[in-house]
Design a protein around this ligand. Structure first.
Ligand code: URA
Length: 242
């Protein structure tokens, strides 16, 4: 069994004793090297608590999910290679730093993935963004590619695949196949999502061990309708319509 149950953890700074700090359910641990779960800080857990709450209104849902999306993008960018870069400061001293030299592109899985584009644009000015539309085929009930629009030179870019909920992984796995068919190497793909199911993460890690997954939380599982539990319901509905 590679998965552990979601543990409960005391959260909060040390000005209160451990017993006085609230405990909260934190992410399940995942034993796949290619899955990075964001640090389970009080900030992140409070943001996730807001968006999981069925009583949170649409404006708040958008605001708080955007904040988590920013954290995901910042973490994903840490996985890209950098080169040494020394600069001179205004006081005339050298600072030995680094610089990212590659090209990136966002690829959102429509429609929910488009909700993550703003955070990517805020972190990477004028970033190119492609789109993939995958829907369940009525006849076969398997995911089917309906539409894609990707930059011509995508094979030379790091692709940040965006989809907030990794449930069974069907659409995301197909999206990775589309990117690979356009020449993007598997190890140049990073998949960003807010909440993953253990099944979805394991599926992905098995099929594409070189694709990096960056997620805020690995939840307990899937229900009979393949919704993530405890989850947050239908992300697209809550972000775009409710
Ligand atoms: N997509 C969602 O929006 N929510 C889930 O729980 C699973 C897939």
């Amino acid at each position: 069994n590679i998965l552990q149950r979601a543990p409960s953890q005391h959260l909060g700074p040390a000005y209160r004793s451990q017993e006085e700090r609230p405990s909260a359910t934190v992410s399940t641990k995942v034993a796949h090297e290619n899955v990075t779960v964001l640090p389970q800080t009080p900030q992140l857990i409070s943001l996730l608590t807001m968006i999981r709450d069925k009583n949170t209104n649409r404006a708040d849902f958008i605001f708080y999910s955007n904040r988590i999306n920013r954290l995901l993008v910042e973490e994903a960018l840490n996985h890209l290679p950098v080169l040494p870069h020394t600069v001179t400061t205004p006081v005339g001293r050298a600072y030995a730093g680094v610089k990212f030299e590659g090209k990136i592109c966002g690829v959102s899985i429509m429609r929910a993935g488009e909700a993550m584009e703003q955070a990517l644009r805020e972190c990477c000015r004028s970033v190119r963004i492609g789109k993939i539309l995958i829907q369940r085929d009525e006849e076969t009930s398997k995911p089917r590619l309906f539409y894609d629009k990707l930059p011509e030179d995508i094979s030379e870019r790091w692709a940040l695949l965006l989809d907030p909920m990794l449930a069974t992984g069907g659409s995301a796995l197909m999206a990775v196949d589309v990117l690979r068919s356009r020449g993007v190497p598997e190890d140049h793909i990073l998949f960003l999502n807010l909440i993953a199911s253990p099944e979805g993460a394991a599926n992905f890690a098995q099929k594409f061990p070189k694709v990096r997954i960056v997620t805020a939380f690995v939840d307990q599982g899937l229900d009979e309708k393949n919704y993530i539990v405890p989850g947050l319901g239908d992300f697209g509905d809550r972000f775009y319509t409710m």
